[in-house]
Design a protein around this ligand. Structure first.
Ligand SMILES: [Zn+2]
Length: 70
């Protein structure tokens, strides 16, 4: 049986339907993302990477906290 579904996929991030958001990129587990969200996420990552000072959202000093003073 071919259930002709006219692409009712939505962006998993902003929820926009594919016919509005454009072609969605499919990730694993059925997650999808639209171009706008990709751009937005990249911009956010960029901002965090270059943000001055410690990240107020979380602890940054958890990676190398340990015996490092030899
Ligand atoms: Zn989106």
């Amino acid at each position: 049986m071919s259930q002709h579904t006219p692409s009712r996929r939505r962006c998993s991030f902003c929820g926009a339907p594919e016919h509005q958001a454009g072609p969605l990129r499919q990730g694993t587990g059925g997650a999808t993302i639209c171009d706008a969200c990709v751009v937005r996420l990249f911009a956010e990552l960029d901002r965090q990477a270059f943000a001055p000072g410690p990240n107020p959202k979380g602890n940054t000093a958890t990676l190398h906290s340990g015996s490092d003073d030899a």
